[in-house]
Write a protein that binds this ligand. Structure first.
Ligand code: CP3
Length: 346
């Protein structure tokens, strides 16, 4: 099996591994000069996502520069609303802006058309041909709750007051939206797998807005249904769940109940808790604070050693969240070297 040669996949499927493969969330992006060049060529972020030649190139840039163990296709969680027909723009310095949905009539107008995002699948095919044999390709989607938050709110910069109100006072509307998102996201993920994605990560960036029963209802339940649907069709594809900013107890419920194959943890999760309560259930990915990568030096080194000492088997090295735009690329190179040197010396 060719996949066995990929350390990242081996770790995810539960082979006992003592070395941490490494990749970083948002490893392609504004901190890289070669990214900014292609981003300017494309004219806009959405234009870049929808241009398979450029987006495949952007996906490969950090692999060439740093030699990561995995490439993540360059796209966005909001391409699913876009495929459903919702108006979407990314404004400079503002982030995403969508035409908010707040009534059942607007829901009834949504119709998933994956041709609108066909370039993503094309790009996956291009990347697949160009990746080194030991590097795996990750496809991804948003958690249904987080995508619903953006769809209802219409933006992400000023918090999710409206989405939380809908959750509180119109839960049946949210149910309907989540059902639509389930079908569209499932189709989007299947198309990514058909095109060559070997692992799927579910980014539930706003999972932490909900606690306990609400977390169970809107994060765990929809994730469980999505994971089940994907695993039924593609049992060999590992799925990583990332319920960003959830409480430790909610992380534990998530890893026990959703059926994900591995869990990505943010930087707020204490390492001892991660090891004793989460890693005994599934392999972990994470959780260096992106600020420490930005700072670099001895503080980063100390944190890296601590993570590997505590989690360093059945573990994928990553950040607790995405690379920050002002991060010096040299710090990323230093991080990769540190993690790799640790492998050799252990
Ligand atoms: O990890 C990777 O390298 C793959 C690419 C990737 C992007 N977005 C590219 C991107 C991934 C995995 C995402 C996921 C995504 N998108 C999430 C989940 C992860 C997280 O950050 O919590 C969310 C919430 C989004 C929605 C989104 N896209 C926001 C809120 C923004 C604006 C914030 C920002 O950083 O500008 C984006 C834009 C975006 N997505 C950029 C990139 C590289 C920056 C756009 C640019 O280059 O101008």
């Amino acid at each position: 099996m060719y996949k066995i040669k990929k350390p990242f996949i081996q770790t995810l499927v539960g082979h006992i591994t003592v070395e941490s493969p490494i990749w970083l969330m948002r490893q392609a992006g504004r901190y890289l000069p070669e990214y900014r060049l292609l981003r300017n060529q494309a004219g806009s972020f959405l234009g870049l996502c929808l241009n398979s030649k450029l987006s495949s190139e952007v996906t490969l840039q950090p692999i060439r520069r740093f030699g990561f163990d995995a490439a993540i296709i360059f796209a966005d969680i909001l391409l699913v609303p876009y495929a459903l027909g919702q108006k979407l723009e990314f404004l400079e310095g503002e982030g995403p802006v969508l035409e908010p949905v707040d009534n059942e009539k607007s829901l009834s107008l949504f119709k998933a058309d994956m041709e609108r995002v066909g370039s993503v699948f094309e790009a996956i095919g291009i990347v697949k041909e160009k990746l080194p044999a030991s590097v795996a390709q990750i496809g991804f989607c948003g958690g249904l709750w987080s995508v619903a938050c953006y769809m209802i709110e219409g933006q992400g910069k000023r918090g999710f007051k409206k989405a939380l109100n809908v959750e509180q006072y119109q839960p049946e509307f949210l149910e309907q939206l989540i059902r639509i998102l389930h079908d569209a996201t499932f189709e989007y993920v299947c198309r990514q797998i058909e095109a060559g994605a070997e692992v799927i990560q579910i980014f539930d960036s706003w999972a932490g807005l909900l606690k306990e029963e609400k977390f169970r209802r809107w994060v765990i339940e929809p994730t469980k249904n999505l994971v089940r649907a994907i695993e039924e069709k593609y049992p060999e594809i590992p799925i990583i769940g990332f319920p960003n900013n959830a409480t430790p107890a909610d992380y534990r419920a998530y890893v026990n109940e959703t059926g994900v194959d591995a869990l990505s943890i943010d930087q707020h999760i204490p390492l001892n808790f991660a090891r004793t309560e989460l890693q005994i259930v599934k392999p972990l990915q994470g959780n260096l604070d992106p600020e420490l990568l930005l700072i670099g030096g001895s503080r980063m080194k100390e944190a890296v050693e601590n993570i590997i000492n505590k989690l360093g088997s059945n573990h994928v090295f990553n950040l607790g969240h995405g690379v920050l735009p002002d991060t010096p690329p040299e710090n990323v190179a230093a991080l990769v070297k540190m993690v790799r040197d640790f492998r050799v010396s252990e």
